[in-house]
Design a protein around this ligand. Structure first.
Ligand code: TMP
Ligand code: ASP
Length: 240
């Protein structure tokens, strides 16, 4: 069923599906990287956790009518998705100041951002994924003004759904990164992953960082942290 390797990224391998050219298999790796690959490590079990957390979140988004590439989890480490052409933009939504925003604009960490701030980064490793504006995106990412409006509306809807979902798990959604892709007919759908690798999540009660910042900042046990996220999401499976 699993066909040949199409692409290997920092966190996932992408395979063709034999006999189904419109589908792909994403295989989540145990590698962790940060700062555009400058910091690297491996954590046994990380691939499983990100695969299952992403599956849980995308299933929930599907129930809430967010169009995405996700079809289903195949096993602990793999999920099957619809093939898309990825739009080379990282769409970041921020509810609370943290990370690069605090460094770039000297906004103190923990400052509430209401309404949320959306930022676009150009997905390009050689350039270190630079921050860009809408005009740059139209020039570099083959998107129209209308596509960008649509992507931003979807990103804000996803933000509202994620905030509600994670609230039930006693977690604050500080910020997160989304990627979008185009199906064969051109329709734009949510793609890639949503996991503690691509979100900042803070414990509502203790304020503890519960995401990849534990690896970036060497402040905790990554596997224990991600396991807690999965458990809390599982406990709230019936929450809409
Ligand atoms: P930043 O503060 O480093 O710009 O990150 C904002 C959010 O985007 C944070 O939740 C982590 C996520 N992110 C990724 O998923 N991939 C990346 O390459 C980067 C830089 C950030
Ligand atoms: N994902 C990026 C990397 O692998 C950056 C980050 O998440 O900090 O280098």
């Amino acid at each position: 069923m699993k066909g040949s390797l199409l692409y290997e990224g920092k966190a996932k391998k992408v395979y063709y599906v034999d006999g189904k050219p419109e589908q792909l298999i994403l295989s989540y790796k145990n590698d962790a990287t940060a700062f555009n690959g400058k910091k690297k490590d491996q954590f046994a079990g990380k691939g499983r956790l990100n695969n299952l957390i992403t599956a849980r979140i995308f299933e929930h988004l599907h129930q809430q009518h967010i169009p995405s590439h996700f079809l289903k989890a195949l096993n602990d480490n793999e999920q099957i998705v619809q093939k898309t052409t990825i739009i080379p933009l990282e769409v970041v939504v921020r509810n609370i100041a943290a990370g690069s925003l605090t460094r770039r604009l000297a906004i103190p960490e923990k400052t509430a951002l209401n309404p949320p701030i959306i930022e676009l980064f150009y997905k390009n490793d050689e350039l270190d994924d630079p921050l860009i504006n809408d005009d740059h995106a139209k020039r570099l990412a083959d998107v129209t003004e209308h596509d960008l409006d649509h992507i931003k509306i979807l990103a804000l809807k996803i933000n509202e759904i994620l905030k509600r979902l994670f609230r039930q798990a006693d977690l604050e959604v500080v910020d997160f990164k989304l990627e979008f892709g185009r199906l064969a007919d051109g329709t734009i759908v949510l793609a890639d992953e949503i996991s503690p690798d691509t979100c900042r999540l803070w414990d509502v009660t203790t304020g503890e960082k519960m995401d990849k910042d534990v690896f970036r900042e060497d402040i905790g046990d990554l596997i224990e942290t991600y396991e807690t996220i999965l458990q809390r999401l599982e406990e709230n499976k019936c929450v809409k």
